[in-house]
Design a protein around this ligand. Structure first.
Ligand code: AMP
Length: 544
């Protein structure tokens, strides 16, 4: 090897982001909407001091490098502190989606072996719903009300006050060590864990800050509407801190009026979330366009589900705001493609530009893509041929956490099979055409068709049941159950819905049940979902 190389042992770890922020952006602000809607404000100096205190406090509580610390929290400054405090002490921050069913929550906490759980006061009832099933050593409550912390639990503020940030020194962390983790829904089995290394998160943050991605800088104010339990809020807290940007945390106030107030008051330049949220915001904007000032907004990132072309167009035409459509996955930390306009396409007429902007976009730097047909060959990039999208890159999962048997989603050469059916155009933009996974995505949250089908078929009157996604104006998709009753048996829609009610989160319950004679099947007897979807192509739910 040649001598005199650049430093190849510099570790790309999250504390490097903190160290930069604490020397360059001390006075930058972080604003949070508290539960009572008042604003909490502090600077990066305070944020970093508290993140360090949390790292020290965890050590005192017996948390060792590599241990998992779970969070059941909304988007607020305390959650941001854990995003950095937990990995800066060498442990792994495991963000948990409180909207899941209690059985899945218990499974996730047990599978991850969370040693400590940080829980918002407002989400204590969620924790109570599964506490008997798990065995965490410490529960720390984030409270803003001043009310007593339940017996046996700790207060986040008390935990911090016992530590002195002067005692903190950055430990040596290998960039390949885990920093964060998040679970995603399985189609049949239990949720699966994606584990993110320091290196993956640092490179992902740097990628997001490139000008052909989001291009954040220290003049920006970034508001993640996407929850911090959804794949690290798409990495925004990491990229925003790396850029030294102002951060605005909406807390649990995600109604359009509060969001618009935050945008205007804090001069938000960048925000991100699923289509459902921005449809609601658009409606409010349209009702009183003169009342709202979005002149500071540089772009809204919409992803998680397909952003309709009409939505992208409406923001631009009626409110002068650019929407950046993006695609990603839990297994990709999550960003994969972003539909910015490539320079050579800027000359195109507006209508054609919109076509590109409505696709899911072209791969971000370091993400490589290809799509494969059923027969196994790769499809040409001609905007027509369709195949399953496969991806590779430094922040793409290589396996699921502690689930070696879950390997069918990885190719032999180590690419991840996304389950999304796409065409790729000559410019490299992907267009998601279908989904090869039996899931319904409602308002950005997964619902497993297979689990609902199995539960329905456990009903004494049901012979066969299939659950399919029906496009929905507000939620993007909602589940429809298609049921064949056993001969001589009867059951109503309400009977079947109440049969499901106890076992699933409320939003999982099908919006309607349709009774038919027979479910189309393949020669081997599997449900032909494609045909069933075609049969119900024009289906409309009676009421939304
Ligand atoms: P999750 O792991 O929950 O983030 O879900 C990832 C999946 O959501 C992808 O594999 C897609 O099926 C879907 N998805 C994410 N972003 C988009 C998008 N912009 N358009 C269509 N589907 C999307």
């Amino acid at each position: 090897m040649l001598q005199g190389l650049t430093s190849d042992d510099y570790q790309l770890v999250l504390p490097t982001i903190l160290r930069r922020a604490e020397t360059l952006y001390q006075n930058q602000e972080i604003v949070t909407r508290r539960p009572d809607k008042s604003f909490h404000r502090y600077t990066y100096v305070d944020f970093i001091a508290r993140a360090k205190k949390f790292a020290l406090a965890l050590k005192d509580l017996g948390v060792e490098p590599g241990d998992r610390v779970g969070t059941l929290c909304s988007n607020h400054y305390q959650h941001l502190e854990t995003y950095f405090g937990v990995p800066s002490g060498g442990a792994v921050v495991h963000t948990i989606n409180p909207r899941l069913h209690e059985d899945d929550l218990a499974y996730i906490v047990n599978h991850a072996e969370d040693k400590v759980l940080l829980v918002d006061e407002a989400l204590l009832s969620v924790y109570e719903s599964f506490r008997e099933e798990v065995n965490v050593e410490h529960v720390i409550v984030v409270s803003e009300s001043g009310e007593d912390i339940p017996d046996g639990m700790l207060s986040y503020e008390d935990v911090l006050s016992g530590a002195d940030e002067g005692d903190f020194s950055y430990p040596e962390i290998d960039e390949k060590q885990a920093a964060a983790m998040c679970y995603t829904s399985g189609t049949t089995g239990r949720p699966k864990g994606a584990l993110y290394s320091h290196r993956a998160l640092v490179l992902h943050a740097m990628m997001a800050n490139m000008s052909n991605v989001f291009g954040f800088n220290d003049s920006d104010c970034i508001l993640p509407i996407v929850p911090m339990f959804h794949v690290n809020a798409w990495g925004l807290p990491f990229s925003a801190t790396l850029a030294g940007a102002k951060q605005m945390m909406p807390g649990a106030h995600l109604d359009p009026a509060s969001i618009l107030e935050d945008f205007e008051q804090e001069k938000v330049t960048f925000t991100a979330g699923v289509p459902t949220v921005f449809m609601g915001v658009l409606q409010t904007l349209d009702e009183e366009p003169e009342k709202h000032d979005l002149s500071a907004m540089r772009a809204i990132v919409i992803g998680g589900s397909a952003a309709p072309k009409s939505l992208i167009e409406a923001y631009k035409e009626r409110h002068g705001v650019t929407v950046i459509h993006a695609w990603g996955m839990t297994e990709m930390s999550p960003i994969g493609t972003v539909a910015n306009l490539k320079g050579e396409l800027e000359q195109l007429p507006e209508e054609e530009q919109l076509e590109y902007r409505s696709k899911q976009g072209y791969p971000v730097p370091f993400i490589e893509i290809r799509a494969r047909e059923d027969e196994g060959s790769l499809v040409p990039w001609n905007d027509e041929a369709m195949g399953e999208l496969e991806v590779s890159g430094p922040w793409v999962s290589k396996a699921y956490y502690n689930a070696p048997e879950e390997d069918e989603e990885f190719t032999e050469d180590g690419w991840f099979k996304t389950g999304d059916i796409v065409s790729i155009d000559e410019q490299g933009y992907i267009n998601i055409q279908d989904r090869d996974k039996d899931l319904v995505k409602s308002g950005g949250e997964w619902i497993s068709s297979v689990q609902l089908e199995n539960a329905l078929m456990a009903h004494a009157a049901v012979a066969e049941a299939a659950v399919i996604a029906i496009p929905h104006e507000k939620w993007d998709e909602r589940p429809l159950a298609v049921v064949v009753l056993k001969e001589g048996e009867s059951a109503t829609e309400d009977d079947l819905k109440s049969h499901l009610a106890g076992d699933f989160a409320k939003f999982w319950l099908p919006d309607a049940v349709e009774f038919i004679e027979e479910i189309p099947k393949t020669a081997t007897g599997k449900f032909l979902k494609k045909e069933l979807r075609e049969q119900f192509e024009d289906y409309q739910f009676a009421q939304s």
